[in-house]
Design a protein around this ligand. Sequence first.
Ligand code: MG
Length: 458
Amino acid sequence: MRMFGTNGVRGIANDSLSCELALRMGKSIGTVLGPTIALAYDTRTSSRMIRDAVRSGLVSVGTDVIDLGMVPTPALQHYVKMRPGITGGVMITASHNPPEYNGIKCISGDGTECSHEEEQRIEDAYDGDIRCVGWESIGTVRHVLDAAEEYVDSIVSKVDRESIRAARLTVCVDCANGASVETAPMLMSRLGVRAITINGNPQGEFPGHPSEPTEENLEDLKRLVVDTGADLGIAHDGDADRCVFVTSDGRFVSGDLSLALLARNELSRNGGGRVMVTVATSKVVEDTVESNGGETVYTAVGSPIVAREMISGGGVFGGEENGGLIFADHQYCRDGGMGAARMLESIARNGPLSEQVDSLPRYRTIKKAVRCPDCLKTEVIETVCRMHEDGRIDRRDGLRIDFDDGWVLIRPSGTEPKFRIYSESKDDAVAEARSESFVREIEDIIGERARSLPDDLP
Ligand code: MG
């Protein structure tokens, strides 16, 4: 049975993600990734319950568990990466999803997210005959209380602490009541930054705002930065593997722009290098990377794909336009704490974030969605592809067409019956006209085909 989506197993707690499922997942994960697994969870109301079920499953097949408690996903990944004796990790989180959701995310022995092949093996184990061990071989559980501190220490050791301290910065931090409630204020204090924290209590119903760090969800943070005269706003998602920024004048910085700025930093630190980003990333990153002596490598969408491409292709930096930032000199996964620290370092060295943002080329990016039954997605993509076969086509993920004055990406959603359509250009009118024309083209193809299909399709 296919259980893993793009970000582990996800579902509504006590509904599609039941304790029974979590228990069997624990057994399957132990069978495949054992014999020693580190386990952690986020602040969601259901997280401890799911953790207990997964942990029982793990020990029942003889896996020893190191329970790190409530820590960010990248803190768990760092803990696993640093210890060759730990053969895998499990994070109980649904990241940015609404509070009723939870999830089980698997980590390989090197601290990266499990590959598709490993997930497949876990699913096969789930569907097969799982043998529990005899009572005398049941796995042990050891609680470790300082994984968060170790993660913060590691970040602090990788940045220019003296410059950050000397800049005497004030920062507003929005923890979204999620997994960064302990680590984010701790990191600010270790870097000598004055931190004003909001949504800093571990509350799994996310009373402050939904746990995805989008501009709409960060109105309070934007206001707070301006009202307190802070130098920067930092926001994390529910499991704190992502981070996004707000300038001192209260502007939300899109993930594309922070990718570009941090890419510039990493290239100067490394004297050039490769930067890996997905095909859904704004050209502002490629422009910035090129003008700073680096090379942009495009990948399919998904942070594990970007991370693996960085490992195989020797990337110094990479990420996604949703605030996922990956630093090769720390660890090959989205790393919200490291992103925050490197942005502070950049402000301390290069000046205000607003000025840095204004120095970047300006693009207009439009994102739209078109509903499409799952069974038609491949056919629609192929048809659009044929209609534009004289263009510069990239089929790495969906269909991307590059033009002299912009690009379009048509990407089938992995979880919903829809296409996501991106259009970007330096010229607002071009971006808008192209977005509209592709939306119309796709709706026409779907309309044409849907007439010959039964009525009850999604
Ligand atoms: Mg996340």
